[in-house]
Design a protein. Structure first.
Length: 349
């Protein structure tokens, strides 16, 4: 079956076509440039941009796959989690298409989609695997036994997401928004062992209570204190060392907890997704420690890690393959959607 996927949870409008595990078209429009001057995403601006980008993206995707709407067998849409206004635009479009074409509608989970897309790149998933989804909006560790029916959220961030922490530290270091890639670049020139920044929820009682949760706001505060103290005293310091030591702390916590979960759950495959998986230290450390632990590391190319339509079409295709019932046509968006829900099922009779 040919599945059309629509993504509009945040600032990217994505429309993609997947048949089985084959990606036929993937079109993404981003309103990031419009938000950059505000130093953060403006929800109203994002919603309007989705409205303007949705139909042109749909037409471009159909043209690129050389199919027409009549060929589409099912519609998948990310109905949460995300910004309510943004979700509403994509979901309204998906409902209209499903109703008009007389094909089933599937409301799917955006975060699970970040893992699902890897099937299009590296082939069918093993019987169980761990997925680390890290971006500007989330940092979640998922245990996946079936991408369409059995996803368990082992942990998530209690405060800032990894990318968000990088953006805040970027601001502290006077770097342009979004700071993540700039901090990453600066970190390459510094010493990751120079400053012992804290690893959140990694020791004693906190670790016991939150074995797979993350916390990055204490780390960010430590960076702020470090910079304030140096500015107050006039003592010289290296910005590159700050960036490198901070990056090391984030990557270390993410990889340590993730590999511990692989061991506990007997998973020998790790999928990493979300825009933060561009981070060079995370990639290095994950590759190094996965090799040591005998865990296969799967990271899709970066265009499939940032928000895109292919991830939603991929998850929709898995849901269709699993034979799940379609979502109701009055499907509600769910900005806080639980990360253990791959697809929104109709209410039980
Ligand atoms: P989502 O809705 O999935 O949270 P998002 O737009 O917030 O989407 P993405 O676009 O997936 O997030 O990822 C962007 C985030 O990743 C930003 O916070 C950005 O600063 C950060 N980021 C991107 N590249 C790097 C990098 N190389 N190192 C560190 N952070 C990075
Ligand atoms: Mg984005
Ligand atoms: Fe995302």
């Amino acid at each position: 079956p040919l599945v059309l996927g629509i993504e509009s949870t945040c600032d990217e409008t994505g429309v993609a076509l997947v048949r089985g595990r084959e990606l036929l078209a993937d079109v993404t429009a981003s309103s990031m440039d419009e938000h950059a001057r505000y130093g953060g995403i403006v929800p109203e601006v994002a919603s309007r941009a989705h409205l303007e980008a949705l139909l042109p993206s749909l037409e471009a995707a159909l043209a690129s796959a050389e199919v027409t709407l009549a060929d589409v067998d099912a519609i998948a849409v990310a109905s949460g989690p995300g910004l309510v206004g943004s979700l509403t635009v994509g979901t309204a479009g998906a409902k209209a298409l499903a109703l008009g074409l007389g094909v089933p509608l599937y409301g799917v989970n955006h975060v699970v989609g970040h893992a699902a897309v890897d099937e299009l790149v590296h082939g069918p998933f093993p019987e169980r695997f761990l997925a680390l989804v890290v971006s500007g909006g989330h940092s979640s560790l998922l245990l996946v036994r079936d991408i369409a029916t059995d996803v368990v959220e082992l942990g998530q961030t209690l405060d800032d997401a990894a990318g968000e922490a990088f953006d805040k530290v970027g601001r502290l270091l006077g770097l342009p928004y979004p700071g993540g890639p700039h901090v990453d670049r600066l970190a390459r020139e510094g010493d990751p062992t120079a400053i012992p920044f804290p690893r959140g929820l990694s020791k004693g009682r906190e670790l016991l209570r939150h074995p797979y949760d993350f916390s990055f706001s204490g780390l960010k505060t430590s960076v702020a204190r470090y910079l304030e103290a140096r500015e107050a005293s006039g003592e010289p310091f290296s910005r590159a060392d700050v960036a490198a030591s901070f990056s090391e702390a984030v990557a270390d916590v993410l990889v340590t907890k993730t590999l511990r979960a692989c061991e506990e759950h007997g998973a020998d495959t790790l999928v990493v997704g979300g825009g933060f998986s561009a981070n060079s230290r995370l990639r290095e450390l994950a590759a190094e420690r996965c090799a040591q632990a005998g865990v296969e590391l799967r990271i899709p190319p970066i265009r499939y890690c940032t928000d895109n339509g292919a991830m939603i079409a991929a998850l929709g295709s898995a849901v269709v393959r699993a034979g799940l019932p379609s979502s109701p046509l009055d499907l509600a968006v769910d900005s806080q959607m639980s990360l253990s829900v791959p697809v929104v099922l109709p209410p039980a009779e």
